[in-house]
Design a protein around this ligand. Structure first.
Ligand code: HEM
Length: 406
């Protein structure tokens, strides 16, 4: 099919170098909403995969884990939730199915409820206030570096009990890993560094329990017989949480700001409100959808949108495409902070619904609340650059100038 010039290689990160290829997905949703993407020289494992782009089909897949596995399916050995088969399938929270998934999820859920993350409110509020107060009228900044990255990294360090001195080093490894093609040796070197750091942290928590979510997970009893999570499970959970918590939220903050710059009327409307409301946060998540696709594996022969899917085949579904589906959203390409209803799939759906959604929502609310209450506005001060990555779509740089509100 890719021999046909109309089709683009979704396994090549360069396809995403200018941001998410929306035009292409508009065409796919209309002409070929469930299609077999043949392997190219960029495709991991040298094997094709299904591409599903409509909202309704995606919901069906995400909410049917018996048929569409996050672990493995059919007779294949590898699995997981990225196009590339991963050795961690079946071992890490997001790459497990019930009943193992339910057990792990129950254990970590407590740390991420709305109530639990509210405990971080005061600390995050202070961080955001200091950040926003440090902005000066007339100043030129890279919004990603100066603002977007700060709140999520500081938040996840609080959650995981990472000492402040290690924060920047960890972020650097995460960023460098994301910028490289996911199956490259360099990317796995960075993933290894993060894993090794996770192991060191697990050791620290075991020896000296601290007052953070990761420490309580380290000591939590998994079963009645008192088993705790193994070192392997804990460091894998750390390696999942750190990038999952930082990269996604950072990209939502930057992408949200770019949307406001391109839609100044929406910025003025947000500034005129007494707080940054739920609907504004949700629209930013819909609009940016940083975690733009997921993969599942068919555990038996099945059918999606009239196409026959065989057991063991890879299926990718594209939440970013679902969030712009004309069949689901009224004027999906309009950024509307009062959008209602807004049942977006930015945080996924079903049993793997984002564990960190309450935390991400709180972070977005706090940072934009501070920004919109300072009587300032932002204008572009150069060309924004996108991260060339098909898994996490978002801005690498956002050069802006801080100006007084009109
Ligand atoms: C705007 C920010 C965020 C977005 C857009 C986002 C998006 C997502 C999505 C789409 C999934 C579903 C995965 C799947 O179906 O396979 C997911 C799962 C997950 N997210 Fe997030 N996420 C965000 C922030 C966070 C934060 C702050 C954390 C951690 C503190 C986090 C941790 C996780 C974890 C651990 C899972 C796996 C849950 C499971 O498999 O049961 N996320 N996220």
């Amino acid at each position: 099919m890719l021999a046909n010039k109309k089709y683009r290689d979704l396994s090549d990160n360069n396809t995403f170098a200018g941001g998410f290829p929306h035009e292409y997905f508009i065409w796919l949703r209309k002409e070929n909403p469930v299609f077999w993407h043949e392997a190219t020289d960029k495709t991991p494992d040298g094997e094709g995969f299904w591409v599903v782009s409509r909202y309704k089909d995606i919901i069906k897949i995400a909410t049917n884990p018996e048929v569409f596995s996050s672990d493995r399916g059919g007779i294949r050995e590898g699995g997981g939730t990225a196009i590339k088969d991963e050795a961690t399938a079946g071992k890490v929270l997001n790459q497990t199915d019930a009943p193992h998934h339910r057990r792990l999820r129950t254990l970590v859920n407590k740390g991420f409820t709305v109530k639990a993350v509210q405990k971080l409110h005061h600390a995050l509020n202070t961080i955001a206030e200091n950040l926003v107060n440090s902005l000066e009228i007339g100043q030129s900044i890279d919004f990603v570096q100066k603002i977007s990255q700060e709140i999520p990294t500081q938040a996840i360090c609080l959650v995981l009990g990472v000492p402040t001195k290690d924060r920047l080093q960890l972020c650097d490894w995460v960023n460098k890993g994301i910028e490289t093609q996911s199956e490259s040796i360099i990317a796995s070197e960075y993933a290894n560094k993060i894993r090794k750091y996770g192991q060191k942290l697990v050791q620290m928590k075991r020896e000296m329990p601290t007052d953070d979510i990761f420490s309580s997970i380290t000591h939590a009893k998994l079963d009645e017989d008192g088993t705790t999570l193994s070192d392997y499970e804990l460091r894998s959970f750390f390696s999942l949480l750190f990038p999952a918590g930082v990269e996604t939220t950072t990209r939502s903050v930057s992408g949200g700001m770019l949307a406001f710059i391109q839609n100044p009327r929406q910025w003025n409307l947000a500034c005129a409100q007494s707080g940054f409301t739920k609907s504004m946060v949700e629209e930013i998540v819909r609009w940016t959808t940083p975690s733009c696709y997921k993969r599942r594996t068919a555990s038996c022969d099945t059918e999606i949108g009239g196409k026959l899917v065989q057991a063991g085949q890879k299926i990718t579904f594209w939440e970013m495409s679902a969030n712009r589906d004309e069949r689901q959203f009224d004027k999906p390409f309009i950024f509307d902070i009062f959008r209602d209803p807004n049942k977006h799939l930015g945080f996924g759906a079903g049993s793997h619904f984002c564990l960190g959604a309450s935390l991400a929502r709180l972070e977005l609310k706090i940072i934009f609340e501070k920004l919109t209450s300072r009587k300032i506005r932002f204008t572009l001060d150069g060309e924004p650059e996108w991260v060339p990555n098909n898994r996490l779509v978002g801005l690498k740089t956002l050069p802006v100038k801080v100006e007084a509100a009109k």
